[in-house]
Design a protein around this ligand. Structure first.
Ligand code: FAD
Length: 299
């Protein structure tokens, strides 16, 4: 395993959070942030409910990140179900609280993953158009999505890569991937992405596994394959949360180390608003905490 300094130099990290839905979850989020900010991520991001369903909580959460923590903060933004004017008004609200980085997304159809997608007649049809719109509005940093195992609605990987190319050509700075567990497949995907002339960083989305059974349900809807080896790694630990957490931290750290050996430098960690497992993964990787000012203490 690499030394602390080596690991930090080699690997850049970002964290994804979602806006809390209750007071209790709000307390949990800010306690999590207090712990995770000491790992000194390059940036954090906050998700946005497709169709504007979490506009107010996302705005409040992002605003607090920007005003009360030292963390560079991106807001996710979707364009589904909105006119361009409505999307611009959302962008304005975020810009007013200091957002300079968007994760620009189309969003799922209102019927959920797999339901037929109908662009709003007066809106952006997809994330590539949204990226172009953002570039016209301001000098934002822009991240977009990528799908190493293809988006569930996509005809094939080639169609997916074509869309990624349009997003990159329109000005995206990086792509954050859907979570995956098959690094060989990711490497093949990356080769195709580069062969298509896409030069932006493709940052793997890493999901530390809090609960394998729940993850399988969620992964199915996202089109992510959960390989057999994970069943084997977690076998016998259903009623042993401590052992399960240890294996989960090892699995995610091993996945990151393997990708780092293949030349990947940056990783986006899905935190699920919980700190212990993410901290265990980073400890396994040899990261060191750097104490930071805790302005974002729980309300
Ligand atoms: P796009 O990139 O526009 O399209 C997705 C795929 O659909 C394309 O790759 C393409 O193959 C196909 N496609 C779409 N339009 C066309 C076309 N005209 N021609 C050919 N193919 C087409 N959802 C949320 O609601 N809120 C979030 O905060 C959020 N954050 C996310 C963060 C990450 C890192 C990822 C990977 C996903 C996130 N999502 C989020 C999920 C995302 O909104 C859904 O997967 C949605 O269905 C697609 O949005 P997109 O921006 O990926 O779409």
């Amino acid at each position: 395993m690499a030394s602390n300094t080596d690991a930090r130099r080699r690997i850049g990290i970002s964290f994804e959070f979602f806006p809390p839905k209750s007071e209790e979850m709000e307390g949990q989020l800010w306690n999590t942030v207090n712990e995770l900010q000491d790992w000194n991520p390059d940036f954090v991001s906050v998700t946005y409910g497709a169709g504007g369903t979490t506009k107010a909580p996302t705005l409040a959460t992002v605003s607090r990140f920007l005003s009360a923590t030292p963390l560079a903060t991106a807001s996710h933004l979707t364009c589904v179900g909105a006119t361009k004017e409505e999307t611009h008004s959302v962008i304005d609200s975020f810009r007013t609280v200091g957002v300079k980085h968007f994760v620009a997304l189309r969003g799922d159809a209102p019927g959920g993953v797999g339901a037929p997608y109908q662009p709003h007649p007066g809106g952006y049809a997809n994330a590539a158009e949204l990226v172009a719109g953002l570039r016209d509005i301001g000098d934002f940093e822009i991240s977009v999505s990528a799908y190493p195992e293809k988006h569930p609605e996509s005809r094939d990987t080639a169609a997916d890569i074509e869309m990624l190319k349009r997003k990159a050509d329109n000005g995206a700075d990086r792509a954050l991937t859907q979570f995956f567990f098959d690094n060989d497949n990711f490497e093949r995907y990356l080769e195709k992405v580069r062969a298509a002339g896409i030069r932006i960083p493709i940052v793997p989305g890493i999901m530390p596994i809090q609960n394998l059974t729940q993850l399988k349900r969620f992964a199915g809807a996202c089109g992510t394959v959960v390989p057999q080896f994970l069943d084997e790694r977690f076998a016998g630990f259903d009623d042993k949360p401590e052992e399960r957490a240890k294996v989960a931290a090892e699995v995610a750290a091993e996945q990151i180390e393997d990708l780092a050996r293949r030349g990947i430098e940056d990783f986006h960690l899905y935190t699920m608003n919980r700190a212990p497992l993410v901290s265990a993964v980073l400890t396994n990787l040899g990261f060191k905490r750097e104490a930071t000012k805790k302005a974002g203490a729980a309300a």
